[in-house]
Design a protein around this ligand. Structure first.
Ligand SMILES: O=C(O)CCC(=O)C(=O)O
Ligand SMILES: [Fe+2]
Length: 258
């Protein structure tokens, strides 16, 4: 086992430098800009898989103090099922570096890994809401019985405490009663990522800075796990090969359409 895997197992999180290359990052940023524009332009498919800043602010006013929900009905907080909205996200999701890294952290062969889902979670500058303290293992969207899932958070801008970065409580996946006072907000540069163990307590403050904070969240699991909850998202439970084939197919269809 390498040092990163040992540290991840004991701390419950890891900052992985240079997960994706500059070119991949730039491509993903373009896709996200497009997607956010589609949401702001009220495209029904984008709205149907999203949660607006207005929704979260109305539902949890304490998470977004002083923000008037009605002003932000077309500002996305979360956009889910990215592959359904733009098949080009398969290019990011099938990156070899991502699968190698996740297999290492979940201590399995890359062929045993499964993609669960991905989304875009945003804390827009000045109006981004806080995210309450939680453990992903307890979510009712996509979770396994054995807790062997992992989330990668890939920020598209520099992420830190200043712009509502994701704060983690180190060791809280092992020591269940670790106090939240022990939380720490790692700095993550674009192209790097924050990997989270499913049992690690995490959350984050509102973003009142002038910097955007867009994060691509990807959840992975292993093929041997049975699932407690399973969402119906495009290509859920795919292998890397399935995603590559989907991506290839999309490229060929685009060429034919052209
Ligand atoms: O966006 C964040 O800071 C956290 C997102 C998160 O907790 C999750 O997707 O599980
Ligand atoms: Fe989470």
């Amino acid at each position: 086992m390498n040092t990163r895997t040992v540290k991840f197992a004991s701390h419950g999180y890891s900052v992985i430098p240079r997960l994706i290359c500059e070119q991949e990052l730039a491509f993903t940023q373009e896709l996200v800009t497009d997607l956010v524009d589609r949401y702001r332009g009220s495209e029904p498919t984008a709205l149907s898989v999203g949660v607006a800043i207005s929704d979260v602010s109305r539902q949890h006013p304490q998470r977004n103090p002083d923000i008037e929900p009605d002003r932000w009905k077309l500002e996305p907080f979360i956009i889910g099922d990215l592959l359904a909205l733009d098949s080009r996200f398969a290019r990011l999701l099938s990156q070899q570096s991502i699968w190698t890294c996740v297999a290492e952290l979940l201590e399995c062969a890359p062929s045993d890994l499964r993609f669960h889902f991905c989304n875009l979670t945003r804390k827009p500058s000045e109006i981004g809401p806080a995210i309450g303290w939680h453990r992903d293992a307890e979510n009712k969207y996509f979770a396994s019985h054995d807790g062997r899932t992992l989330r990668l958070l890939i920020p598209l801008q520099f992420m830190s405490a200043r712009n509502g970065g994701t704060a983690v409580v180190p060791g809280s996946h092992i020591q269940i009663d670790t106090p939240i006072d022990a939380a720490f907000c790692p700095e993550v540069v674009p192209g790097a990522c924050l990997a989270l163990h499913s049992g690690t307590l995490h959350g984050g403050s509102p973003n009142r800075s002038e910097q955007e904070r867009d994060v691509i969240v990807i959840q992975f699991g292993v093929c041997s796990s049975t699932l407690r909850y399973q969402a119906n998202e495009t290509l859920s439970l795919s292998t890397r090969e399935d995603l590559l084939a989907f991506h290839q197919d999309t490229l060929e269809r685009r060429i034919v359409d052209f």
